[in-house]
Design a protein around this ligand. Structure first.
Ligand code: G6P
Length: 609
């Protein structure tokens, strides 16, 4: 999703802006641009392409300046093109970059056309730069102009604003979309996330919703939504400056798949006390708030939603607690009935997903017992607005398709249902067994990773496939869904997941020798049921690929290819079986020559609706 970088310094900032854009590439985008102030001159370069294309253009026409803004755009209003790329400029006086969507742009546009503005792009952003220009003409002060203009905007925005009339000043504004300020020595920066600025600072201020910041080399003054000066805390990022490196792997996604044993280990660090889960990992107030909880409502999007679906099986089978899971964009626009003893749980790797955030904001006024965010980004909007927070410690995830964030979310959810289950009659033996299995988990994931070579060989068979079916039952149905999502996200092969028992109610009609069918089969009470489903596929000539564990015996059959992970206990099976499915999607996408880390049309952090 759109990425913003800005800087004000005594040195040339163009290199800082370009490095920031490179570090934001993982978010997904389709065009890029930057603008700098040099003396009283405003200079801009934009491309409908990648940051490398912008770098090439910069070589042709170098830009230098001590104040600047830059942007990667993910098209919402208007196609990816040079005209629609940011920064947008009004009459060589105001330049802005914007992330978010201005909902009242059509009415503002009509009013501005009536006032004599000519529009250069199809974007909603252009009304913002015009509005600031008009206010600047009235007030003669950039900060006052931003105050006045933002009062007229409905919707979400993170903005970086500069003007050649006020060189050395960068104004930042935030409502709904994320924006951080980086604190340097005699120089300051803004960006959509901390990763963009790690090469220049480790010190950050996270702007609150409604904040506007007046940034110069000398300092940062922040105004809250009532235009009162406020102090926001400075945080020191623990992320290292080369966090965005690939450590020798060909893609970030592969690196992140292989980091999962470490990510799970770190997520579990400090979570156990005398063989039990220490519930303060969910926050100091967790014990008191959890005492009230009799049901769970989980809301999330994409891969995080799949984590929620696994949690429902765990909650009701292990912890005896009712659990409902819903896609955030649905929940936020429907009337739902809330039982007051329900814990509202959001799951998000980024903590900035617009739909999930809006769902949380709605839930906070809907009578839930408390809200808990399971999130991979400290200081994200979601963590700041929730009563309780569990921080997964996957580390920065750069590949757009989520991998290690998902498995660590599952770890958090298994711990959550366990501490809630305790209050509802779960025995200490069950808890001890879960704790033991969680402690084994990094090792189990390591053995699943050993399938990488075999999966690589197998994946060649799918280069010319256009469709695939994924089957699972019980706890492994959401894992089949996640496997199908991974495949479509990065290889562009159409893939659907079905509950294996539903096969006969429709998808069986699609099965023939051209349709690969992946089945995820656990060694549990559903084994014989899913074996019958496999026969249904075989009888129609379908090509079967079965992912299972060494405890499962399948008759030798040339039409079935089997991949086996080492024995895995039922409760952690969803986490372990995820790993080979990630590798299958990865290798197929690589064979197809797809852009694995930045799949077309997708974004890592979806900060607009
Ligand atoms: C985007 C990402 C997905 C992610 C989804 C939800 O679509 O590409 O990988 O699962 O957003 O994101 P969240 O940050 O809320 O988990």
């Amino acid at each position: 999703m759109c990425g913003i970088v800005g800087a004000v310094a005594e040195r040339d900032v163009s290199k800082i802006l370009m490095e920031g854009l490179r570090r934001l590439e993982y978010r997904g985008y389709d065009s890029a641009g930057l603008a700098v102030l040099e003396g009283n001159g405003l200079h801009r370069l934009r491309v409908a392409g990648k940051v490398n294309d912008l770098a090439d253009s910069l070589k042709q026409s170098p830009l230098k300046g001590t104040t600047g803004i830059a942007h990667t755009r993910w098209a919402t209003h208007g196609k990816p093109s040079v005209e629609n790329a940011h920064p947008h400029i009004c009459k060589d006086q105001i330049a802005i970059v914007h992330n978010g969507i201005i909902e009242n742009y059509e009415s503002l546009k009509q009013a501005q056309i009536a006032n004599g503005h000519a529009f250069q792009s199809e974007t909603d952003t252009e009304v913002v730069v015009n509005q600031i220009y008009d206010s600047f003409s009235d007030t003669g002060n950039l900060l006052e102009a931003v105050f006045a203009a933002t009062d007229k905007l409905d919707g979400a925005y993170a903005l970086g604003i500069i003007s050649p009339s006020e060189p050395g000043r960068l104004i930042a504004a935030r409502r709904g979309s994320p924006l951080v300020i980086g604190i340097g020595i005699g120089e300051h920066f803004i960006a959509s996330d901390v990763l963009a600025l790690l090469s220049v600072t480790q010190k950050f201020i996270f702007l609150a919703d409604g904040d506007i910041a007046d940034i110069t080399c000398d300092g940062v003054v922040i105004y809250d939504e009532n235009r009162k000066v406020v102090k926001r805390p400075v945080s020191i990022s623990e992320l290292s400056h080369d966090v965005a490196g690939k450590s020798g792997y060909r893609h970030y996604m592969l690196k992140e798949i292989f980091e999962q044993p470490r990510a799970v280990h770190d997520t579990l660090a400090g979570a156990f006390n005398n063989g039990r889960i220490d519930e303060t990992v969910f926050g100091q107030k967790a014990g008191k708030l959890f005492d009230r909880v009799k049901a769970i409502k989980i809301v999330a999007c994409g891969t995080s939603y799949h984590a929620g679906l696994v949690a429902r099986y765990w909650a009701e089978s292990i912890a005896n607690i009712p659990c409902d899971v819903e896609i955030a964009s649905e929940f936020r626009y429907r009337k739902s009935v809330v039982h007051p003893d329900t814990l509202f749980v959001t799951i998000s790797q980024s903590g900035e997903t617009a739909d999930t955030l809006a769902a949380l904001q709605l839930a906070r006024h809907s009578g839930f017992a408390a809200s808990l965010a399971i999130c991979n980004v400290p200081e994200s909007s979601l963590t700041r607005e929730s009563d309780l927070v569990f921080l997964t410690r996957a580390g920065a995830e750069i590949g757009v398709a989520s991998t290690k964030a998902f498995t660590t979310q599952l770890v958090a959810l298994l711990m959550l249902v366990t501490v809630l289950g305790r209050r509802l009659g779960m025995t200490s033996e069950t808890e001890a067994a879960i704790v033991g299995q969680l402690q084994q988990l990094p090792g189990r994931i390591n053995s699943a990773l050993e399938l990488d070579g075999k999966i690589n060989l197998l994946s060649k068979q799918f280069i010319n496939k256009h469709h695939a079916l994924y089957l699972g039952r019980g706890l492994l149905l959401p894992i089949a869904m996640e496997g199908a999502l991974k495949l479509k996200e990065i290889s562009y092969i159409h893939a659907e997941a079905y509950a294996a028992g539903e096969l006969k109610h429709g998808p069986l009609a699609l099965v023939d020798e051209d349709m690969p069918v992946f089945a995820v089969v656990a060694n549990n009470e559903l084994l014989e049921k899913i074996k019958s489903n496999l026969q249904e596929v075989k009888a129609r000539g379908g090509r079967l690929y079965v992912l299972t564990d060494t405890g499962v015996q399948l008759e030798k059959d040339d039409d079935i290819q089997v991949l086996k992970v080492a024995h895995v206990e039922d409760s952690i099976a969803p986490i372990v079986f995820t790993v080979p499915l990630q590798l299958i999607a990865y290798h197929i996408a690589v064979f197809k020559g797809a852009d694995v880390d930045q799949p077309r049309n997708l974004a890592k952090s979806v900060t607009v609706e």
